[in-house]
Design a protein around this ligand. Structure first.
Ligand SMILES: Cc1cc2nc3c(=O)[nH]c(=O)nc-3n(C[C@H](O)[C@H](O)[C@H](O)COP(=O)(O)OP(=O)(O)OC[C@H]3O[C@@H](n4cnc5c(N)ncnc54)[C@H](O)[C@@H]3O)c2cc1C
Length: 220
């Protein structure tokens, strides 16, 4: 296989998407380019160079964890500092860390089932799995700060919509409470994590907000 050619997002595994309470994980096969691989692979210098030599034989999977399983605690927040700059905090909660560990083991097993000889995880301990036993051991990896590389391309819900002003910034129409005439019509409106790629849902929500603004301001 060669990760930098062919279909950009070829397959997904939704077997574990729902989890015990609706918060599970989803596995995708993304494209893998040399620049992306070089920042994703652990190590520096000669060791890193040696790993990059394997690039033409490397395949990647993304493990998407639908976060927010612990409804009592939020994993992230965005605040404004004294100089008016946004400050983003994010910590993996214990419930989501458990899902992450289960997902790492499942992803390693999937790679091996697809014919991989060795599976690496983006973890500071640089674990490797060459058989089922080692793949299952990925389920015991710790997910503390700076141990596991966690990324988000789905940063949603920073101005969530809802009917309750205590838990939502915007009304169900997308209007910002306390700021007449200001509307939000993007991914920040989503009230919870989707657990799947969000673009279509964002477009649908933005369309609803746009239609409601148009209806409200229609002449006559
Ligand atoms: C690498 C990557 C891969 C992705 N792959 C997928 C995928 O395969 N499928 C999928 O469904 N989703 C995918 N996503 C997620 C998807 O692209 C985003 O969730 C979606 O584009 C968000 O839409 P949005 O309208 O909320 O925000 P954006 O698309 O980020 O739009 C926000 C806009 O606001 C503008 N802006 C910001 N600040 C200001 C300001 N102060 N004044 C004026 N304008 C401002 C920005 O320039 C930008 O144009 C991916 C995201 C990334 C980063």
């Amino acid at each position: 296989m060669y990760g930098a050619a062919g279909l950009p997002l070829s397959a997904v595994c939704d077997e574990f998407q729902r989890g015990d309470d609706g918060y599970g994980f989803w596995i995708e096969c993304p494209p893998l380019y040399p620049a992306l691989a070089s920042v994703a692979l652990p190590g520096f210098g000669a060791a890193h160079r040696a790993r990059m030599r394997d690039f033409p034989r490397m395949g990647a999977m993304i493990l998407l964890v639908r976060d927010g399983a612990d409804r009592a605690a939020s994993n992230g927040r965005v605040r404004v500092d004294r100089r008016g700059r946004p400050v983003v905090d994010y910590r993996l909660g214990e419930a989501d860390a458990r899902t992450m560990r289960r997902g790492l083991a499942a992803t390693a097993r999937l790679h091996l089932a697809a014919g991989a000889r060795e599976v690496l995880a983006q973890h500071t301990s640089a674990p490797r799995a060459r058989d089922e036993h080692e793949a299952r051991a990925f389920g015991g990896l710790s997910c503390g700060p700076n141990e596991l590389t966690v990324l988000s391309a789905h940063v949603n819900g920073t101005c969530r919509l809802g009917g309750d002003p205590r838990t939502s910034v915007c009304t169900p129409d997308g209007a910002v409470r306390g700021a007449p005439g200001v509307y939000v019509a993007d991914g920040s409106l989503l009230p919870t994590a989707l657990g799947v790629n969000p673009q279509e849902t964002i477009m649908a929500v933005a369309t609803v907000v746009a239609e409601r603004i148009a209806a409200r301001h229609r002449p006559g």
